[in-house]
Design a protein around this ligand. Structure first.
Ligand code: ADP
Ligand code: ZN
Length: 597
């Protein structure tokens, strides 16, 4: 019987059913048509070209910008018994020649190549001789000149269509916005392609955004809920990366720093360890993460504000690619906003760029201040409507709002009466009625506003102040040492024409007792399950022997299901998602042995 997409999914990949649009995308390519696929990270883009590659005659050529990613995908395919190889600068001459020969002679089903390699005359000549089943262009947003990940070589990929008009092409990306989509279609000459846009929701990720009070402590509290799990902690500066990594090591975590100031070898070593070993916390600047397709990253933490909602979504999207529950947590504070505003204003960019920078920051701050579902806010930013999710901090622990009109008036008056020349600290001291040197020096104890806020705490005033700044009633003048100034928007509040509702300071964060049953249906995890831990130890050993990342052997979700179902025979084991024929053959007995012991 000849293979169908579904029979290959079952037999080779060991998965019972397609997700979302996968089946329709595969059919499009198998029929010889072009496709543009927009799917969130972890959505399952790879299968969309891997299965057509297995079904069509010849070898699929997969263009991928990242060496580490190619290696891991090829390692994973080989584990499944698929003839796959890659060509990039990491290979020595002899190995590269062998891969070229295998390609030319039709021994391969998938060949991954870096874009610069693809465009060389040597490779173009190879393409003429070989039989190509399809071209897959991964990370297709790299063609966008306005994006962060622009790769000039991607522009050259439009020639593929001219030279091989009969070979179907598929372009894939997790970048959602309409402008990038249009640019991909145009620059890659994909006018005739069917466009598949998936929902960008990542239901298994729980979003939590906290106010920064004691970030070190807050991070440790958050990590205490993720003991032994792999995750990423993002910081804005190299120094903070180093300090945070040191702090986590001192607290007993296996934490590694990663930033642009480290030498290449160390950076590569840290990345490699993070990918291959279990339970490592990577503390990194934004330089880390593009193309990291480790499926079992269980959390992403931000200790500083990212630059935009897009950035936030991309970075948090690195968690939970395997569909198991994962958490995105961020701590942010007024200082983050002030620093970023200054950064934008002092930059070299043109005014239009600055305005768009501020607008992006405002949107992000709006998300942080949201008193309704985070997911609704996030998805609506990408033009997608959705009901409240039940899996974010706001849904789980709705903030209380209080009528802060009077408090806002007091604070705005204090700023005004002290001459709009002072920063947050002094203004709050005046409100609290503290006699500091500064208060004495300027005679501020004589002001009518002195001590009018004494019934509230310092912490409350900081929260009020932050909310007034992010809502644009106050601005921070960084050309005058962070002096607070009133804006036009403050007037109606001062005159009592407008009410101000404020978020109360958050209560304790929700504990993770009831982790949402993940979309894979694996249910609530119990990472302390000794069988799961034993399976993980076996997997680590096996992966080390083979020199591949642990998840290339078997995914966490698969190990969990094995631990829960305790199969006794190969047939029972084969029913578990993630075990295709090859893996059952290679590891079945060993896994049953671990279960039985
Ligand atoms: P993307 O490239 O879109 O980020 P991947 O192709 O890496 O996502 O897939 C994410 C994870 O989901 C992988 O571990 C993959 O094996 C798994 N996966 C993909 N499709 C399915 C499916 N139909 N059923 C079960 N798991 C799937
Ligand atoms: Zn929600």
């Amino acid at each position: 019987m000849s293979d169908t997409p579904l029979s290959l999914l079952n037999r080779v990949f060991g998965y019972p059913a397609f997700r979302g649009e996968q089946a329709a995308i595969i059919d499009t390519l198998v029929a010889g048509d072009d496709a543009l696929v927009l799917m969130p990270t972890g959505g399952g883009k790879s299968l969309c070209f891997q299965i057509p590659a297995l079904l069509r005659d010849g070898c699929a050529v997969v263009v991928s910008p990242l060496i580490a990613l190619m290696q891991d995908q090829v390692a994973a395919l080989k584990e499944l018994g698929v003839a796959a190889a890659f060509l990039n600068s990491s290979l020595d001459g002899a190995t590269a020649m062998q891969v070229e020969r295998d390609f030319a002679s039709g021994r391969l089903k998938l060949l991954y190549v870096a874009p610069e390699r693809l465009l060389t005359p040597r490779f173009q000549a190879l393409l003429d001789d070989a039989r190509v089943s399809l071209f897959a262009i991964d990370e297709a947003h790299c063609v966008s000149q306005w994006g962060h990940d622009f790769r000039p070589e991607y522009l050259g990929l439009s020639t593929l269509h001219e030279r091989f008009p009969a070979v179907p092409r598929i372009a894939l990306t997790a970048t959602a916005d309409a402008a990038t989509r249009a640019e991909i279609l145009q620059r890659l000459d994909l006018g005739g392609a069917r466009v598949f846009v998936s929902s960008f929701d990542r239901p298994n990720i729980r979003y939590r955004i906290s106010e920064k009070s004691d970030p070190r402590r807050q991070l440790l509290d958050f990590l205490a809920e993720h003991k032994g799990e792999a995750g990423i902690v993002y910081c804005s500066t190299r120094k903070k990366v180093e300090d945070t990594a040191d702090g986590l090591k001192a607290a007993g975590y296996i934490a590694l720093p990663y930033h642009g100031g480290m030498d290449n070898a160390t950076r590569a070593r840290h990345q490699e360890k993070f990918l291959r070993e279990d339970g490592i916390v990577m503390v990194a600047t934004l330089a880390f993460g593009m193309g990291i397709d480790k499926p079992d990253v269980r959390f992403v933490a931000h200790l500083d504000l990212p630059r935009s909602v897009e950035g936030y979504y991309q970075e948090t999207g690195r968690a939970g690619r395997d569909g198991e529950s994962a958490e995105a947590w961020m701590a942010w504070g007024l200082q983050d906003v002030v620093t970023q505003r200054r950064f934008i204003d002092e930059g070299e960019a043109e005014d239009a760029h600055k305005r768009s920078g501020h607008a992006k920051l405002d949107a992000l701050v709006g998300l942080c201040e949201a008193a309704s579902c985070r997911r609704v806010a996030l998805l609506s930013y990408f033009g997608e409507a959705s009901p409240p999710c039940g899996n974010c901090d706001v849904c789980l622990n709705p903030p209380t709002l209080w009528d802060g009109t009077e408090a806002a008036q007091k604070l705005l008056s204090a700023v005004y009466r002290t001459g709009q020349r002072f920063g947050a600290g002094h203004v709050i001291d005046v409100l609290l009625g503290k006699t500091t040197d500064k208060v004495d020096k300027f005679g501020h104890s004589q002001l009518s506003v002195f001590g009018i806020g004494a019934s509230q705490s310092d912490k409350t005033w900081r929260a009020v102040l932050r909310q007034l700044v992010v809502r644009g009633l106050l601005e921070v003048d960084h050309t005058a040492y962070g002096a607070l100034k009133l804006t036009q928007a403050a007037k109606p509040v001062l005159k009592g024409e407008e009410q101000v509702w404020l978020r109360a300071i958050a209560a304790a964060p929700p504990r993770r007792k009831s982790r949402l049953a993940a979309s894979s249906g694996a249910g609530v995890h119990d990472d302390e399950d000794p069988l799961f831990l034993a399976l993980r130890a076996w997997r680590r050993e096996t992966a080390n022997e083979k020199g591949v990342p642990a998840y290339v052997i078997l995914h966490d979700a698969t190990l969990r299901e094995i631990a829960a179902r305790r199969p006794a025979t190969l047939t029972e084991l084969g029913e578990i998602s993630g075990l295709g024929t090859k893996k059952l053959e290679a590891y079945g007995e060993a896994v049953l042995g671990v279960v039985a012991s």
